[in-house]
Design a protein around this ligand. Structure first.
Ligand SMILES: NC(=O)C1=CN([C@@H]2O[C@H](COP(=O)(O)OP(=O)(O)OC[C@H]3O[C@@H](n4cnc5c(N)ncnc54)[C@H](O)[C@@H]3O)[C@@H](O)[C@H]2O)C=CC1
Ligand SMILES: O=C(O)/C=C/C=C(\O)C(=O)O
Length: 485
């Protein structure tokens, strides 16, 4: 089974034990750009997952004993190949998930390579504390744990997949990866890249398929040692139930409804421009500050400038270099976003910007939308829309801003815009979020701890936190005596 997408040939079967494997059942990948089916893929289920976990368990026997230096060399080879194929990966990803081609070329695919390079290098400089305990030598080691199951979403498919796959492989785990069915194609290309890098058979496996079939079978498999999931809260609950049955440790990176707090003493232009950036990727960004909280004496000026700028956002085909935002991922997701907006309207809240499909473009293009002062407790203020829909509320005091920021079940990120450093520090300390950006957004580095509080996730990844998760951390103590000379 093959597909040709934007001139790139893709083998759309599973990748198990270093071989391509077909299933009788198929599913189609549909491009968000024009809703055209662009590829047919094998749809795996319990049998394919069983086969992949078994291959990964076999491969683990040797991969766990492959030296860190050797593992790092494989990861750097993968990074080299990714770098040599940025253009190919970028055009396929854009056709498959509708995110901007220019972002894929200049930011996202280089980050994919960086995911491999960073964890290869971090592995080699991992601190293994060695210290004295009342004359006994104490040593900490990071032992590979086994098969890591990895399930990720479609909004940045290869970047989010490799941000989990790379540390797992570096840690000496073997991997079974279930890519997102709405944008599965670059995972198939990654299988080729892993083979070309010489990764031994079974170390990295890809099972394509639907979440409720292949994904559910993987989460419930008793042969996995770790479950890393990025996606929505309802799916996380079902994965947690399944993995909990086998007492498999979890790392969850879920949704958000992050506050974007603007104080009147901020750099105004910077604040407006950064707020406009929350529409990036058509609002399909887990970290987005979708609740704009603006100090009331700045509110009218801010709203006016924001709307003026937002009206200049160019929406269209994400392959066009001049376009700012593309389509939503799929028809069901588009309808879900519109459902939120229409229910808010029906409840009496009128958007001051956008508020429906972009009728000039048709298809899956949704207008950047802003609601002012949604009713307290309303769905649009409470739930993650995961589309280009923002809410704006105002506050009078710093403590009111913090209370509003924390009035959510999520806790992934927060943005604070202020000219007062002391206030930035106070607010940063008081907001309940895994990541806080002051006068900036998405300043990202793989040494950072990444993850959310509350419904935004469980655990942290990045730097040593990733190794803490994928490894069995072992503490060994050696007595000073009792040894035969
Ligand atoms: N915190 C973070 O780092 C990020 C979080 N997200 C969150 O992801 C969500 C959007 O992604 P979606 O694809 O709609 O989420 P989703 O939860 O529907 O799907 C995510 C993945 O889970 C799989 N899946 C679905 N049902 C499953 C089941 N029953 N068992 C096992 N696997 C299953 C899907 O096939 C897909 O690969 C948003 O809530 C977003 O905030 C997205 C990107 C980053
Ligand atoms: O930088 C990361 O590791 C994760 C970023 C997540 C997004 O960009 C997203 O969900 O859109």
């Amino acid at each position: 089974m093959r597909a040709s997408v934007e001139g790139v040939e893709i083998d759309t079967r599973h990748w198990i034990a270093g071989e391509r494997v077909t299933s009788d059942r198929r599913f189609a990948s549909v491009s968000p750009i024009d809703e055209a089916p662009i590829a047919e893929l094998s749809a795996g289920g319990g049998a394919e997952i069983d086969r992949a976990v078994s291959a990964a368990r076999d491969a683990f026997r040797t991969w766990r004993n492959t030296s860190p230096a050797e593992r790092a060399r494989y990861l750097h080879r993968i990074a080299d190949i990714v770098e040599s194929r940025v253009e190919q990966l970028a055009v396929v990803e854009t056709r498959d998930n509708g995110s901007l081609l220019r972002s894929h070329r200049r930011g996202v695919m280089p980050r994919v390579a960086m995911n491999f390079r960073f964890f290869a290098d971090w592995l080699l400089q991992l601190d293994h504390p060695d210290f004295d305990v009342r004359g006994h030598r104490n040593h900490v080691s990071y032992d590979p744990s086994g098969v890591a199951a990895i399930i990720t979403p479609w909004n940045a498919p290869l970047m989010l997949g490799t941000w989990r796959i790379a540390p797992a492989l570096a840690a000496g785990c073997t991997v079974v990866y279930k890519p997102p069915e709405w944008a599965p194609l670059t995972a198939s290309l990654l299988a080729d890249i892993s083979a070309e890098a010489g990764l031994p058979a079974g170390v990295f496996n890809v099972v394509q398929g639907l979440g409720r079939e292949a994904g559910a079978a993987l989460a419930a498999h008793p042969g996995i040692a770790r479950m890393s999931f990025t996606g929505s809260v309802p799916t996380a609950r079902s994965i947690a139930r399944a993995a909990g049955e086998n007492l498999v440790p979890l790392s969850f990176e879920l949704g958000g409804k992050s506050p974007f707090i603007v104080f009147a003493d901020c750099d105004f232009e910077l604040a407006v421009n950064t707020a406009i950036g929350q529409f990036d990727n058509a609002g399909q960004v887990c970290l987005a500050g979708t609740r704009l909280l603006v100090e009331d004496r700045l509110r009218d000026r801010f709203v006016e400038a924001f709307i003026e700028k937002a009206k200049k956002i160019r929406q269209g085909d994400p392959r066009d270099e001049t376009v700012d935002i593309g389509p939503q991922i799929s028809r069901p997701h588009f309808e879900r976003i519109d459902g939120f907006v229409q229910r808010a309207r029906a409840a009496g809240m009128q958007p001051v910007l956008g508020g429906g499909p972009n009728t000039d473009l048709g298809g899956l293009y949704y207008q950047p939308t802003l609601f002012l002062d949604p009713a307290a407790g309303s769905e649009i203020l409470r739930d993650e829309v995961f589309g280009p829909v923002l809410c704006l509320q105002s506050f009078k005091t710093e403590s009111e801003a913090v209370a509003m920021a924390n009035d959510t079940e999520y806790g992934l990120a927060a943005v604070v815009m202020t000219g007062d450093k002391a206030r930035a520090e106070r607010v940063t300390a008081a907001v309940d979020a895994g990541l806080v950006w002051n006068n900036c957004f998405f300043v990202r580095d793989l040494r950072q701890a990444f993850g959310g509080n509350g419904k935004s996730g469980i655990g942290r990844e990045g730097g040593t936190w990733s190794f803490d998760f994928y490894c069995n951390v072992k503490n060994s103590v050696f007595a000073p005596n009792g040894w035969r000379e």
